[in-house]
Design a protein around this ligand. Structure first.
Ligand SMILES: NC(=O)c1ccc[n+]([C@@H]2O[C@H](COP(=O)([O-])OP(=O)(O)OC[C@H]3O[C@@H](n4cnc5c(N)ncnc54)[C@H](O)[C@@H]3O)[C@@H](O)[C@H]2O)c1
Length: 254
């Protein structure tokens, strides 16, 4: 894709699942990838895979909910490889009916799904503004567009990520920084499998998810990176504040 080679991209939550596929795709396109994950072993393994395939990657173990730790990591990435592209991918949830959730659970969901992207954006934006160019892609969810039973707080955070991207797109278009959003639907990843492990009838639930998708299958992690890399590319230079679902037709918004 045009305009990715040689660029520096942070991918949060790149240690596994969708983030790992996004990181590998940026690596294959010739970007210098900085993988941020709380799981240092996983992120180091993904960085190694990218390097072994001939790409450039570094892994940083960081808790994205910790503002100061994020600020240190971002400064290091900027110092060592510059910064052009930011992908807010890390996320977390559990299926629990809202009335059964606790304020402690809300804090965890909000910290990982909303505060972590705020931490990343607040620490990276000044660097992108100084460059007068940049690309930001938030990974939200179809849950943030259409809601999702058992995921009320998470869905609110993901809707928040969409509004955040649109607001920052308005604030920073004159700085030549674009903000766009990719929304996966149900996608086979370790996170999704952890949901399935906790329900009493995983096969029935998986089948219900599958039937809800017009294309008749769940997503794979490798389905997601194409849209992300596109938004980061020169081909998307005149696209900002937009939301695209990569979910087999689950959500169709005009
Ligand atoms: N899998 C799905 O069905 C699905 C559907 C819609 C949206 N999404 C979104 O896609 C993104 C990726 O999800 P996934 O399914 O690949 O998840 P995953 O759990 O498989 O991977 C998420 C990664 O984020 C990392 N992470 C979590 N909290 C962190 C923290 N505080 N600091 C640093 N790293 C942290 C984890 O260690 C992990 O490597 C998330 O934003 C998720 O909400 C997933």
């Amino acid at each position: 894709m045009r305009g990715i080679k040689g660029k520096s991209a942070i991918v949060t939550g790149g240690g596994r699942g969708i983030g790992a596929e996004i990181a590998k795709r940026f690596g294959a396109e010739g970007a210098h990838v900085a993988i941020y994950d709380i799981d240092g072993d996983n992120s180091a393994a993904v960085a190694r895979q990218i390097e072994e395939a001939g790409g450039h990657a570094q892994s940083t173990q960081v808790d994205l909910t910790d503002y100061r730790a994020v600020a240190v990591a971002v400064q290091k990435t900027h110092r060592t490889q510059g910064l052009d592209i930011v992908v807010n991918n890390a996320g977390w949830d559990k299926f629990i009916p809202f009335v059964d959730t606790t304020p402690e659970f809300w804090d965890k969901v909000i910290d990982i799904n909303y505060r972590a992207p705020l931490n990343i954006l607040h620490t990276t934006l000044p660097l992108l503004i100084a460059n007068q160019v940049g690309r930001v892609v938030n990974i939200a969810s179809d849950a943030g567009r259409g809601g999702s039973s058992g995921e009320a707080v998470y869905s609110g955070c993901k809707a928040g990520l969409i509004a955040l991207a649109k607001s920052l797109a308005r604030e920073h278009s004159r700085n030549n920084i674009t903000f766009n959003v990719v929304c996966p639907g149900a996608t086979e990843t370790p996170l999704f499998r952890s949901f399935m492990d906790e329900v009493s009838n995983p096969d029935k639930l998986r089948e219900a998810f599958r039937r809800a998708v017009p294309m008749g299958r769940l997503g794979e992690a490798a389905d997601i990176p194409g849209a992300v890399v596109f938004f980061a590319s020169d081909d998307a230079a005149y696209i900002t504040g937009q939301v695209i679902s990569v979910s087999g037709g689950l959500t169709m918004v005009g």
